[in-house]
Ligand binder design. Sequence first.
Ligand code: 13P
Ligand code: SF4
Length: 305
Amino acid sequence: MNEIIEELNRLKKEKNAVILAHVYQLPEIHDIADFVGDSLDLSRKAVQIEADVIVFCGVYFMAEIASILNPEKKVLIPDMDADCPMADMITAEKLKEFKSRYRNPVVVAYVNTSAAVKAESDICCTSSNAINVVRSIEGAGDIIFVPDRNLGSYVQRVSGVEMGVWSGFCPTHNNFILPEYILEIKKEHPCAEVLVHPECRPQVISLADRVMSTGAMCKHVKKSAAKDFIIGTENGILYKLKKDNPGKNFYPVSNLAICPNMKKITLAKVVDALANMKSLISVAEDIRERASHPILKMLKINMQN
Ligand code: 13P
Ligand code: SF4
């Protein structure tokens, strides 16, 4: 293990590379990353980075955002097949058709979308700023939210803003984090705080003490007086929560809440990508330019949520 890490450090220096990782990554990736964060943290980081190469350990759309914001840098994803199935539930063609059903539509695209979909959108959001993004929209047009129906309906309930919501979903959050599991764990740990991600079903959200992005969960646990937490999101976050909070206890809602695509990135693939400068993200310039506007618009608005 030490040899592979030495090799990685040598390559990072030689190529002037930084490693960004989403919090759902494997522990071996958390341990070598220069920065671990949620989607919003990573998008923000991507605009600040001073390096020639970004190795992005996450799913494709995340690396694509880094590339859209840094056209002069090389962005590598160590496994090109690390897709987000929810992002694949809407295409630019389907979005155009959906827009045609609304009056002066304003499209809010969750960052879990392709560059082509972002290019057809007005503003992006992540799970940590979605409510503020929707509240920031002015004008008389209809608001459309794509592609996550769970995040979309949560934002509608909290903001009171009516939207046309696409019916995509995250298989990991929607299918494996279920209300009955929370009720079961609560019987054993009645004082535990229940934290869930807004990609979960409404029935799960209604059982939560707090609904938050992965980044907000990490911050909240550190300052909460609670000792026990029931965690309703992808289980990769548990490694960071345990590492940052050794005196606290974490109970995943389900052991099945694993995103298989996030787990495709391994340390060996990171070294291979950097050594051979392979798996380079490339976005056609016209799409890149159009997709950059809704992302930059999102990054400009107040992120408190
Ligand atoms: P975060 O914005 O909380 O990082 O979530 C991204 C994601 O893909 C959740 O499934
Ligand atoms: Fe996509 Fe769900 Fe995996 Fe997040 S956890 S990357 S939304 S499939």
